[in-house]
Design a protein around this ligand. Structure first.
Ligand code: MN
Length: 262
């Protein structure tokens, strides 16, 4: 398959209000016959006519000490842990827009989590921390939207928290900025406002596990591949939103990301 043509033809097919970058790829250059098309998820790359293809979404839990404490953990004793969201949970939100975001079913306590997202252009296993940043293609910012009541209830019952974290539209995200455009993110303000009022406000340097350490740790458990993206955890003061609320999040060096809960 000609990858370039595959991506271009898919780009033409993008559309729809919610999942603007979940495109149905053209099969024109694909020799595999299938009974139906399955969407592939792409995120636009700033300053490029190419799209970033998303293979897996990894998320790290409790990666800021104060957030870890508010979730009931002792951050000094816990190694990092990870979970995944499905790639079609992505809702790309173009910079300068406020995307409608559906309040999900089954929850009465729907939470925001503002996070830096690293996107990988290379992969590997057992990557040493000193080499880990070589895998990074670029960065963006995203929201790890969470059905907090379900996450907590399932955790209390020692059941997987899948439907608390890994549901449709649960990963609003900005466009990818190439590394050359931003450099690595090791410090800088990260904040989130709801209806103009500051809710989360912290610094990326307060992450317990750096992006490099996250990549190294993840690569012990999984073979990382190009197209994998990593939500790097949220600071303290997560909280609920209801229909009509507007969330705006910021990371120094990236355009803000905004959604309206509908
Ligand atoms: Mn999170």
């Amino acid at each position: 398959m000609d990858r370039r043509n595959f991506v271009r033809s898919s780009t033409l097919a993008t559309g729809g209000a919610l999942l603007a970058c979940t495109a149905t790829p053209s099969l024109a250059h694909n020799t595999v016959k299938t009974p139906f098309d399955v969407p592939v998820t792409y995120i636009p790359i700033v300053g490029s006519d190419e799209m970033f293809p998303v293979r897996r979404i990894y998320c790290i839990g409790r990666n800021y000490a104060a957030h870890s404490r508010e979730m009931g953990s002792d951050p000094t004793r816990e190694p990092p842990f990870f979970f995944q969201k499905p790639t079609d949970a992505i809702q790309h939100v173009p910079a300068g827009t406020v995307a409608d975001h559906p309040y999900p079913s089954l929850t009465k306590n729907y939470h925001y989590e503002a996070e830096l997202v690293a996107v990988l252009g290379k992969g590997g296993r057992n990557i040493p921390v000193e080499k880990a940043l070589d895998l990074v293609y670029g960065y963006t910012l995203g929201l790890d939207m969470t059905r907090r009541d379900l996450q907590r209830a399932l955790g209390d019952e020692k059941k997987p928290w899948e439907i608390g974290k890994s549901f449709d539209h649960s990963a609003p995200i900005g466009a990818v900025h190439k590394l050359a455009q931003t450099g690595h993110f090791k410090q800088g303000a990260i904040w989130l406002k709801v209806n103009g009022q500051t809710k989360q406000s912290a610094d990326l340097k307060d992450m317990i596990w750096s992006v490099a350490e996250q990549i190294a740790k993840l690569s012990e458990a999984f073979e990382l591949m190009p197209g994998d993206i990593i939500y790097s955890g949220t600071p303290e003061n997560v909280g609920p939103v209801v229909r009509g609320d507007v969330i705006e999040m910021h990371i120094d060096g990236l355009p803000n990301l905004s959604i309206k809960i509908v």
